[in-house]
Design a protein around this ligand. Structure first.
Ligand code: NAI
Ligand code: MG
Length: 338
């Protein structure tokens, strides 16, 4: 049986890395019935709508999407389509693992961190006001008990499933006493249900410093939307950059898999982007579907291919193109699954 799934190539480097990643995912032998749909700047230019109804209908039907990055106009124009998709399908848990591969140029060896980011509220809730006359801008940091409980509970349960030992809640409750304060209190309440996980908390600015000095002291992290967005890019920098970190957006019965990175307009169209990030998202998608062997084959193939620096793309000091890297990786996956 083929899994029905929506495929969104996206903007910028999206189509290049998604093509490579689809070939790798399919090399496992797991079959997908892809429904190709548009979203983002390309969709906006083609149809006048950056999030066409057909795309929403497709995800509504398949409950599963594999997507490339989407360009969002900065400081003006339409709201982020990524944020809109996460909110529309209530994909409240953004899971962003960060694990070192061989021969990457990160400052540390053996980083293995796991970030859980609240994905639907906080400063990205989209509640913004502009008082034209007085030139005053407000963005409301909406934190709810329900929203906090579900992401923190998800983080604990997933950390247990993955055999993690410790969960650190990251906040700014010293300054943001209402929003950060409630998020922290809820974490402390839920922690008592998970005695097998060591729970603690850190203030965001201190945490940013701690992570760049000794990431090995941390394990799993749970935080609110914007802190998670920023920390996940920081964590990517610990393991070789945005080319290598994947992510999952998970809700009750729907999930969207995408890289942490954006559309990288500075390198788009050159065939040099690293597809590893979206490949790792693909492995997470296979795991989500219960295709554990296939997911493991992709992870193993990545370690094997990275063992030879000749195989790597330019962001990691290699010379392979996006498609060359993808083909090497897909071939290794086929060998592993036999
Ligand atoms: P970006 O993540 O696109 O790029 C940041 C830097 O990392 C660039 O120098 C880029 O070349 C490099 N990079 C990113 N992915 C790479 C890869 N796979 N291989 C090699 N190098 C890679 O962030 P930026 O430039 O801030 O944003 C560009 C656009 O992407 C914006 O419109 C932004 O809104 C959007 N964006 C979309 C996301 C999504 O669709 N989930 C996430 C983040 C940003
Ligand atoms: Mg981001």
């Amino acid at each position: 049986m083929a899994y029905p799934a929506t495929l969104i190539p996206g903007d910028g480097i999206g189509p290049e890395v998604v093509d490579a990643a689809v070939a790798v995912v399919e090399a496992t032998g797991v079959e997908f019935d892809w429904d190709r749909q548009e979203a983002g700047m390309g969709a906006f230019e083609d149809t006048g709508d950056p999030l066409p109804q057909a795309t929403l209908d497709s995800i509504g039907r398949t409950r599963l999407a594999f997507k490339g990055p989407l360009t969002t106009p900065v400081g003006t124009g339409f709201r982020s389509i990524n944020v809109q998709i996460r909110q529309h399908f209530d994909l409240y848990a953004n899971v962003r693992p960060c694990e070192t591969l061989p021969n990457t140029r990160g400052p540390f060896e053996g980083v293995d961190l796991l970030l859980y980011r609240e994905n639907t509220e906080g400063l990205y809730a989209g509640i913004e006001y502009f008082d034209e006359r007085n030139q005053i801008a407000d963005s409301i940091n909406r934190i709810t008990r329900v929203g906090s409980e579900r992401i923190i509970r998800y983080a604990f349960e997933d950390a247990v499933r993955r055999g993690r030992k410790r969960l650190t809640l990251v906040h700014k409750a010293n300054i943001l006493k209402e929003t950060g304060g409630m998020f922290l209190r809820i974490g402390q309440e839920i922690a008592s249900d998970f005695p097998q996980i060591e729970f603690d908390d850190r203030i965001i600015d201190n945490m940013a410093m701690q992570l760049v000095i000794h990431p090995g002291k941390y394990d799993a992290i749970v935080t609110t939307n914007m802190f998670g967005d920023i920390l996940s890019d920081l964590m990517s920098g610990l393991v070789g950059g945005l080319g290598v970190t994947g992510s999952a957006n998970v809700g009750a019965d729907c999930a969207v898999f995408e890289a942490v990175h954006g559309s990288a307009p500075d390198i788009a169209g050159q065939g040099i982007a690293n597809p590893t990030a979206i490949v790792r998202s693909g492995a997470m998608m296979l795991q989500y579907l219960g295709e554990t062997d296939a997911a493991q084959a992709v992870r193993q193939a990545l370690f094997d291919v990275y063992s030879d620096p000749e195989n790597l793309t330019g962001d990691l000091g290699g010379r392979a193109s996006t498609s060359e890297f993808g083909e090497t990786l897909a071939a290794r996956v086929r060998e592993i699954v036999g």
